[in-house]
Design a protein around this ligand. Structure first.
Ligand code: ZN
Length: 396
């Protein structure tokens, strides 16, 4: 519950005038409150959002997140993610409710949940709890497309004013790399996507090839590269990383991304020029890390420019870059430089809204609800696969 100020109660006494500000829920402009859940991969997330005015951005009252620790496994194991959500989600919902005064007497007005795409087991945990809350509170349930959350969240800060439809988004993370043309809340065209692995997955695996260990290595790689200035003596010719989809006739003009060949190229170059990774000096590794990023992000920028040309996309003013890799500053720089002629405005949601979170599910739910009272039936199943282009076809 939000502390707010009610109208002052004035009591007169012979000596003083006491003005008491009595706290109560801010009903003066409150429209509705949203409880949102995200559990499509390995992050268990809940958020509470106050849509207190139709004319202002909503207030994120609170958000909680618990991420499965996959360091020892070297990647997300679906059954472990499923168990993690089962262990964590109910606690998080209880915690956010207790902290913020959500009760059956003061319930949220809308329950939003990521329904897909994602890991079926993980999605089920979120969806079933959301159905339970919807029944208990007798409030509507909105099943949200996970990628729609990523797409629309950049509009939250301006209350849906910017980016304005139509806009282009690059959603780039460890699980996806897609370029989307969004024409309205429910109309999205996928302009290009990866034909093999996601950019974030490739960054992770390339970082592993140069000896980095752990998870979220794309982020670690960016940190490592930017820690110190690059050695001007570093010989860049030791790392030849050919651009994918440029080697065969007919694929040069393919409006798609491909990232798996970067890993092979890095491995081969290290073998040929250095023998093994232990022979590479730290300053050389930093140079190689820089080149890996430049090659992968250069490929993304090339393919976006090609796609805009091939699909004759004109008159779109806004470009959004979101997803876990979207927080990388080298990528942001490159996109702004290379696409400067194509767009007027570039939008980069803050890192905490780029990675998976429940605020984006809540905001997308708000947009769906306000655009057309989009509501999901209690018989809804989690959708492991769900095309962004078929949002409106799947309602139940
Ligand atoms: Zn995601």
């Amino acid at each position: 519950m939000l502390p707010g100020a009610g109208p002052p109660t004035v009591t007169a006494s012979p000596k003083h005038v006491h003005v008491m500000i009595r706290p109560y829920r801010r009903i003066f402009s409150r429209l509705y409150k949203v409880l949102a859940i995200e559990s499509s991969c390995d992050d268990t997330c809940v958020s509470l959002i106050d849509r207190f005015s139709p004319n202002q951005p909503p207030l994120v009252i609170d958000q909680l997140k618990s991420t499965l620790d996959s360091v020892a496994d070297g990647g997300v194991i679906p059954i472990k993610a499923h168990l993690h959500h089962q262990k964590s989600l109910a606690h998080l919902v209880q915690e956010i409710s207790r902290k913020n005064g959500v009760t059956s007497q003061a319930p949220p007005d809308l329950v939003c949940v990521a329904r897909g795409p994602g890991m079926a087991g993980s999605l089920t945990v979120g969806l079933e709890l959301a159905k339970g809350l919807s029944i208990a509170y007798d409030k509507p349930l909105v099943g949200v497309h996970h990628m729609l959350g990523h797409l629309l969240v950049s509009r939250m800060a301006s209350n849906g004013r910017l980016p304005q439809f139509p806009f282009i988004s690059l959603l780039v993370s460890g699980g996806h790399t897609i370029l989307v043309h969004s024409k309205s809340v429910l109309e999205h065209e996928i302009l290009a996507e990866t034909i093999d692995i996601a950019a974030g997955d490739s960054l992770d695996k390339c970082a592993r090839e140069i000896g980095m260990k752990g998870v979220m290595l794309g982020k670690e790689l960016e940190k490592f590269v930017s820690e110190e200035p690059l050695d001007p003596e570093f010989d860049r010719s030791t790392m030849e990383i050919p651009s994918p989809l440029a080697n065969k006739a007919g694929r040069v003009n393919m409006t798609a991304f491909a990232f798996s060949s970067f890993i092979t190229a890095v491995k081969k170059n290290i073998q040929v020029h250095y023998g093994e990774i232990s022979n590479v000096l730290s300053s050389q590794l930093r140079g190689i890390g820089y080149q890996i990023q430049q090659a992968i992000f250069g490929h993304i920028a090339d393919k976006i420019a090609l796609t805009l040309r091939e699909k004759n996309i004109k008159g779109v003013k806004d470009f959004v870059c979101s997803g876990g890799v979207g927080a990388n500053l080298y990528l942001r720089d490159m996109l702004q430089t290379r696409l400067a002629q194509d767009f007027e405005r570039f939008h980069f949601p803050p890192p905490q809204l780029c990675t998976d979170n429940a605020v984006m599910i809540g905001w997308a739910g708000i947009e769906l609800w306000e655009a057309q009272k989009f509501q999901t039936d209690l018989s809804a199943l989690p959708l492991r696969k769900w095309s962004l282009e078929e949002l409106s076809k799947v309602k139940n």
